[in-house]
Design a protein around this ligand. Sequence first.
Ligand code: URA
Ligand code: SF4
Length: 234
Amino acid sequence: MPAKPLHLSNGRVTNAGLTGSAADFIPSNPTLPKLRTAAARCRGCDLWINATQTVFGEGPSDGVAMFVGEQPGDQEDRLGHPFVGPAGKLLDAGLEHAGIDRSRVYLTNAVKHFKFVPIERGRRLHKKPSLGEVRACKPWLMEEIRLVQPSVIVALGATAAQALLGRDFRVTQQRGKPIPSELAKAVFATVHPSAVLRAPAETRGQAKADFFADLKAVARYLKCHPAQSQSAAK
Ligand code: URA
Ligand code: SF4
């Protein structure tokens, strides 16, 4: 794809189109709608080149809980919305099971473009984003957290957990427990719903039960620590 020179808000001009950080695209006095518009033309890393579109977070601007995935998947990339594919369906079921009101939840991802390798018959295989890509994209996530101010943030899988809690964080050891953080009253981490879907048939049922149990722990926390206005836990 030909790279057009980009004129950045800080006066820099870049020919490669890539700036190394989403921070270069954050508008002044951002609101969620302003961020969404700006993110549509982000060139903070090279993932925008092959993806269909930026998939920004969605949900109420005063969401009590924010769920953070890794990156949009194939369907999210085509449709432009987070968690609308199979992983999103499982997340919806888990929220329902835990009694967390979906309409009070903000959904987003650590990385906002789909990273994939093309395979046979036009299919696209999800590829894990690199540390550099997660770092480049993080300013969008930090702005979403600053504006939404959720009581609880839930990292889905290691990529989101490490983006939010540091590289040494291990989901397997600390899943389902409130972790103190400056980002929210508590940050929880659990597995990514795609990992449940990919688990071998013999262990998938248990993986799903464990995932649902972690979401129940989030619901319990929200009940005991209600937001000022209204709680997401029914
Ligand atoms: N997986 C993610 O991490 N995020 C999505 O939006 C969809 C699938
Ligand atoms: Fe920008 Fe993030 Fe997309 Fe990279 S993945 S181009 S940093 S929005």
